[in-house]
Design a binder for this molecule. Sequence first.
Ligand code: CCH
Length: 291
Amino acid sequence: FAEKVKASFVPAFEDYQKVYNAIAKALEEHDEYDDGSYGPVLVRLAWHASGTYDKDTKTGGSNGATMRFAPEGDHGANAGLKAARDFLEPIKEANPWITYSDLWILAGVCAIQEMQGPVIPYRPGRSDRDLSFCTPDGRLPDASKEQNHLRAIFGRMGFNDQEIVALSGAHALGRCHTDRSGFEGPWTFSPTVLTNDYYRLLLEEKWQWRKWDGPKQLQDTKTKSLMMLPTDLAIIQDKKMRPFVEKYAKDNDAFFKDFSAVVLRLFELGVPFTTGKDQRWSFKTLDAQTS
Ligand code: CCH
């Protein structure tokens, strides 16, 4: 009888909101990590799961959660994301009905919203696949490169210049780790709150190449505590991309609106949904549920 009940369980909005809440509570509980939150690394997990998409072969993307396996889990770009996957494991154990691939994207949505970002509408429908669906190495961007590399990588996913710039604003969050990418430091002074500060700092601070043994990265001349990657610099050096940086630096609402729209698309790349675009859900933040 129990098996029968299990088989007929069709999770609804409330069930996913419960998982959202479990992730949000775990974020609050584990404030010992990094700058006080697993939020940024959860966003990075959802992005690296999705950003492998290739529109021509229709391979990669957030369906499958193939980063659980070697070789994809061992790709250089994915170094450190085990911390995010392990963080979510108890939540998967408590809710075995949700797929890893839906859970990782829900965690990205939750992290963005709990870090005061915009609502990212969500729909489930991803299924987990085996290691034969692992994507080849080299599909994610290389931080030591410039705008033509960004155009090639994000163009392969189906994104234009404006969307590249809007997505880059995620670097308001989190930091680089020498034992993961080799780069070091945060982009902003508030790495656990989503704001348009990434764009403002990129334009308003003076940036110089850091003198150190590590990979080529920029440092702000005033405090020497912030960083930018060569690819971050590229979006203000490029004549077509720069106007979007200027727009988002001036207007946080415009950034939030465009960021939500483009992240929604990123998180849905390559997913064979059986539900329509009009059936996306908007989850409530923990704050909105208690106040
Ligand atoms: Fe990123 N990112 N990212 N990034 N990223 C890194 C960290 C984060 C590039 C390189 C790096 C996006 C785009 C790019 C986040 C979200 C997004 C790191 C440091 C590198 C290197 C990793 C480490 O050492 O831990 C490059 C190149 C691009 C090209 O555009 C996009 C798009 C998103 C999301 C929408 C987040 C969040 C982090 C912080 C992770 C953490 O652990 O704090």
